[in-house]
Write a protein that binds this ligand. Structure first.
Ligand code: SF4
Length: 535
């Protein structure tokens, strides 16, 4: 097999194809999107008929993947860290059902919140669900880990969680692929006790899951993903996942030779860790994300041997980097290495010129002038940038779908007008159920679906409700007379503002679909069409 220069995300995708998956299920979210996109663009995946359409949200993706596993086939599921909150119900219960065909759940965490609402650490979910977690530290190991994780999943009959972070997902390195494996045959599970989580079955399955923990720990003890780097001195480092790569970069560039224990397989290999720590007086714990294992190793009453994020040796929040580690390890030029080269220009986020959201916010701001107070509940998408000048248009942005439900709650409390703005993809992801609540309670809300016919923020993936938003809203029960469609363009501005005003005044549920395609998606489609059309 030829070496390939791949992003970490692409290494996961290629490994999954080579591991014989029959489907990938995902909702786009930075920094996980490229995994599914690679499979969608792969000729090999197309020839094999690997399923790779985007799901409506992470929960539907997870459940569909579980269905494919039930049928005996291998499946990959991909999402960003906050997506696992959406899929958490299915995720936790899948630990109790277990799997049939191998199932690997890739969750990409975003420490430092480059494009996310929080920096939660997915390893906590793995511990919570009692599932094995694998956290590779570089691209080749990522490829190997994914291949291994599918075999391990089938051996243990459990989903295996693969945790990556932004830098691993988005950095390129050479990867040497292995020979591809065939897909599993179609072989649906017949074990009803396993799959029907009635309490009588769930109790048995849960006990089995707990029984497996010893075996999972024993596998970690001998995993190829954990290793010890010998060194000298009484100070040592325990590094987890990609943090190991940062530690080794500092160790090599500063020509240090402290001992390092690398952990990339959980549950923790406790015997290995105990044997290692006995030899040293001071141990720096380096993990990307929460101090999950630092807390555990330090113990409830504190063990002064261990240092890290909890005692301030490392910053409590944000991404780690070789520069931060250099400082923590006492390397003197650590400060100087942090300087960002002048060639890297600062780029404050802003809506593209010509974006339809701009017209929506301008019109909304004008209409709001007639009211003593403006309260606009927003959601997650490009339009969240409407919070920034020059629009300064939105008051809240909490999680996917929360614009609709927060506007409803505020309306129930007496706020008028209570207006939500949500994108078309986010609406189908998790806004629809909130709209149903508003309809059932006859809450006086105005929901603006800023419909650009794509999932723009993550790069223009298909949106689940494209072309059907009117029918969906009607089906949910919004009165037809109060589902209005506008085209947010300057030439329609007066007409649009009149419609916005009318619906804000209406004391019931109204929906305004502001329909104009994302200019980036539209121009990409034009470029693709031009390529296909012979000159
Ligand atoms: S990518 Fe599309 S939706 Fe997002 S800001 Fe640009 S034009 Fe607007």
């Amino acid at each position: 097999m030829n070496p390939q220069l791949l992003l970490g995300a692409e290494a996961i995708a290629l490994a999954a194809i080579d591991a014989g998956i029959s489907g990938v299920y995902a909702y786009p979210g930075t920094p996980s999107t490229e995994i599914t996109e690679f499979i969608q663009q792969s000729d090999v995946a197309r020839q094999k008929g690997i399923h790779s359409a985007w799901a409506t949200n992470e929960k539907t993706a997870y459940e569909a993947a579980l269905g494919m596993s039930y049928a005996g086939k291998r499946t990959l599921i991909c999402m960003k860290h906050v997506g696992l909150n959406v899929a958490a119900d299915a995720f936790i219960n899948s630990a109790i059902t277990g799997v049939h065909g191998g199932m690997v759940v890739v969750v990409a965490d975003d420490p430092s919140m480059h494009s996310s609402q929080n920096e939660q650490d997915t390893r906590v979910y793995g511990k919570f669900a009692f599932l094995p977690v694998i956290e590779p530290s570089e691209q080749q190991e990522t490829y190997d880990a994914v291949r291994y994780a599918f075999d391990f999943s089938e051996e243990m009959q459990l989903p295996v969680l693969l945790r990556i972070t932004t830098r691993l997902s988005h950095a390129r390195s050479i990867v040497l692929p292995k020979a591809p494996r065939d897909e599993n045959p179609f072989n649906p599970s017949t074990d009803k006790r396993k799959w029907i989580l009635l309490p009588v079955n769930a109790r048995v399955n849960y006990a089995k899951l707990l029984d497996k923990q010893k075996q999972l720990t024993a596998v970690s003890e001998s995993s190829f993903l954990n290793k010890e780097i010998a060194g000298t001195g009484k100070k040592a480092v325990i590094a987890f996942g990609i943090a190991f790569s940062y530690v080794m970069e500092v160790r090599e560039s500063a020509q240090l030779d402290f001992p390092v224990l690398k952990i990339s397989h959980y549950p923790l290999p406790d015997k290995t860790i105990r044997a290692f720590t006995e030899h040293y007086d001071d141990i720096l714990i380096v993990e990307e994300g929460y101090p999950v294992y630092e807390e555990l190793l330090k113990g409830y009453f504190g063990n002064s041997k261990f240092h890290g994020r909890l005692d301030g040796t490392l910053p409590r929040t944000g991404e780690l980097s070789p520069d931060i580690l250099a400082k923590a390890l006492g390397v003197e030029d650590g400060e100087a290495r942090q300087a960002i080269p002048s060639v890297v220009a600062g780029r404050p986020p802003m809506l593209c010129q010509g974006c339809s959201h701009r017209d929506v916010f301008e019109e909304l701001n004008t209409v709001f002038e007639a009211y003593p107070e403006k309260h606009l509940f927003s959601d997650i998408g490009c339009y969240t940038l409407g919070a920034l000048p020059p629009f300064s248009a939105i008051n809240t942005c909490v999680d996917m779908g929360a614009s609709v439900t927060m506007a409803k709650g505020a309306a129930d409390a007496g706020l008028h007008p209570a207006v939500a703005v949500i994108g078309d993809s986010t609406f189908t992801h998790s806004g629809m159920t909130g709209l149903l609540d508003a309809v059932n309670d006859r809450s006086p809300v105005t929901i603006i679906i800023s419909d650009n016919s794509t999932t723009a923020m993550t790069g223009g993936q298909n949106s689940a409700g494209t072309g059907r938003l009117f029918d969906i809203c009607k089906g949910i029960g919004v009165e037809e007379a109060h589902i209005r469609t506008i085209i947010p363009l300057k030439k329609n501005s007066e007409e649009n503002k009149a419609i916005l005003k009318e619906e804000m005044e209406y004391k019931g549920v109204s929906v305004i679909i502001a329909q104009r395609e994302c200019v980036q998606t539209a121009s990409r489609k034009r470029r693709e069409k031009a390529k296909e059309t012979p000159a």
